[in-house]
Design a binder for this molecule. Structure first.
Ligand code: G3H
Length: 541
């Protein structure tokens, strides 16, 4: 495929990166956190290649920007031991401490984290080529998530700070931690999606081992000291290095109680199977999706084009919630495809800090080639690239491709592309997209574009039983973070939101007693004497 001019020039501009966004030399991140100690690693390092390639005499080439420790099974087991010790079978300081105390640690961490904003945002741009506004949004959204979590924990605690009496039994019911939790986030939201499991896990009293995603590791470096200074030793530990080396010893030990993993279902299945007693492993999983957009005959096309372009191509389509296939009614198909293709061609490709840029280089090695294979396979089956530079590749940059006429059987019709390729399919009867959703392996969200309330209502009822969010005249998305975020089939396990996450990282436990005088006296004494963190009517304001 032809190289576009825009594509050829972007890497040259990287040498003129403005001062605030420029990396000041290689980012050699040798440190990792275990048992409250930030350790220095003197062993082999993993090289980090930026998606922002450099242009040299023979063409574009990957740009090394730093490195991080390639830890081994030994350090992984050290991290595990440290978390197990801090947890101490539920007797540790952290899992038994009052909620108010844990919140104070989290508040301290939030202040320290905010100080790292500039550095984390800069690394988000260089490590995964997220645009400056999106990188800032990822950081700020994460801070807001922590603040909302603090409020939700208070609310949960207030509701539990009382006794219930049923059938003569007095009980206090609270949520207790699960134990040792392994958190693994994805490369597309390396900070936010790691923290949306890490933070609730911590605040509910679990002791955590965190492994950053393969891409987007360095940006966690600035936060290590904040973690060390804000939480008791062993409550949070980090491991780096190849997942195939550092993860099996953790899960295979049987000592991990919760696995929070955002990635592919194939990896999730492999991880779960490594546990010697898989029924003991609670899994919180965010997996693949192939969210469709359906454009009905009476849709407002301007709005549908705008939302679909945003939904399919924000961060180059590298969002689990991205619109990954569009179905348009045949009566509007030509008009929709032409307008959509024109709006995609108008998107600016460039470097993350450049103003107005939407399309940026892709961080996964070999991804442009994989996307090109998908496009070529669909074309060989009769599809057509409908936009001007669609599919042009230059190094790590892949110009978004709009494909019309993608047929069932083409890989692009069924597989999650997780990149800037948008297949558009014409339909005659609404049963066609509905059947697609029913037969799909995935069940996260759908977007419907139309204006007829009767028709929309007819679609809502079957679709809410196939996916977990039906979006009307709006793109698919996770937020607001207070809304439940989950999926059916191969798309998720467990529900995340600010308040749901507190539930998935904890279990309901109660203290119960027959309501006789003796027991009443014991309970009163414990509560009045403030002898227990669990059995308590203290109210957090
Ligand atoms: O990659 C999956 C993310 O949870 C999507 O979040 O819809 O806010 O981009 P978003």
């Amino acid at each position: 495929m032809a190289e576009s001019r825009a594509a050829r020039s972007i890497f040259l501009d990287a040498e003129r990166c403005p001062e605030p966004h420029r990396l000041r030399g290689p980012v050699v991140q040798r440190r990792y956190l275990i048992g409250g100690e930030v350790r220095d690693w003197n062993g082999p390092m993993e090289e980090v290649l930026s998606p922002i390639w450099r242009e040299d005499s023979v063409g574009p080439a990957p740009r090394p920007i730093g490195s991080y420790p390639r830890l081994t099974e030994k350090e992984s087991l050290d991290a595990l031991q440290s978390a197990v010790r801090a947890c101490d079978r539920g007797r540790g300081q952290w899992p038994t401490s009052p909620v108010g105390e844990r919140l104070a640690h989290l508040e301290q961490f939030t202040h320290r984290m905010i100080e790292c904003r500039e550095e984390v945002v800069r690394l988000l741009m260089w490590e995964i080529a997220k645009t400056l506004p999106d990188a800032q949004k990822e950081f700020d959204r994460t801070v807001q998530y922590i603040r909302d979590t603090i409020e939700a924990v208070k609310e949960l605690d207030r509701a539990s700070s009382r006794f219930s009496i049923q059938e003569g039994i007095i009980a206090q019911i609270r949520r207790a931690p699960m134990g040792v939790t392994l958190c693994m986030g994805p490369f597309n939201y390396p900070l936010n999606e790691t923290f949306t499991t890490l933070i609730p896990a911590l605040v509910m009293g679990n002791c955590v081992i965190m492994k950053p995603p393969k891409l987007g590791v360095l940006l966690h470096g600035p936060l290590l000291e904040a973690f060390r200074d804000s939480f008791p030793p062993g409550v949070i530990n980090t491991v780096y290095g190849p997942g195939s080396t550092v993860i099996p010893p953790l899960i295979g030990s049987g000592a991990i109680d919760v696995l929070a993993f955002i990635g592919t279902s194939a990896v999730a299945d492999t991880l779960r199977r490594q546990h010697p007693r898989p029924h003991r492993l609670r899994c919180v999983l965010g997996l693949e999706a192939k969210n469709p957009g359906v454009i009905l005959p009476d849709a407002d096309l301007e709005l549908a084009v705008r939302e679909s372009a945003l939904g399919s191509l924000a961060f180059n389509g590298q969002r689990c919630t991205a619109l990954k296939i569009l179905f348009c009614h045949r009566s509007r198909f030509r008009e929709f495809v032409d307008r959509f293709a024109a709006s995609v061609d108008a998107l600016a490709a460039g470097l993350p800090w450049e103003q107005g840029v939407t399309i940026t280089p892709l961080p996964e090695p070999g991804k442009p080639e994989r996307l090109r294979d998908l496009v070529e396979e669909a074309v060989a089956r009769g599809a057509r690239v409908a936009n001007r530079n669609g599919g042009a590749v230059h190094g790590s940059l892949f110009m978004p491709a709009v494909l019309e006429g993608v047929v069932p059987g083409a890989r692009l019709y069924e597989e999650e592309q997780f990149g800037p390729v948008v297949p558009i399919v014409a339909f005659d009867r609404i049963d066609e997209p509905i059947r697609y959703v029913e037969e799909s392996s995935f069940g996260q969200q759908i977007s419907i574009f139309g204006n007829n309330p009767e028709e929309i209502a007819r679609l809502i009822d079957p679709l809410v039983n196939q996916v977990c969010r039906v979006n009307l005249n709006s793109q698919c998305q996770r937020g607001p973070d207070t809304f439940p975020f989950t999926g059916r089939k191969d798309s998720a396990e467990g529900t995340l939101s600010v308040s749901d996450a507190l539930r998935v990282f904890s279990i309901r436990t109660l203290v119960a007693a027959k309501g006789n005088e003796g027991n009443k006296a014991i309970l009163t004494d414990i509560v009045r004497g403030r002898r227990s963190s669990f059995l308590s009517t203290d109210f957090i304001f």
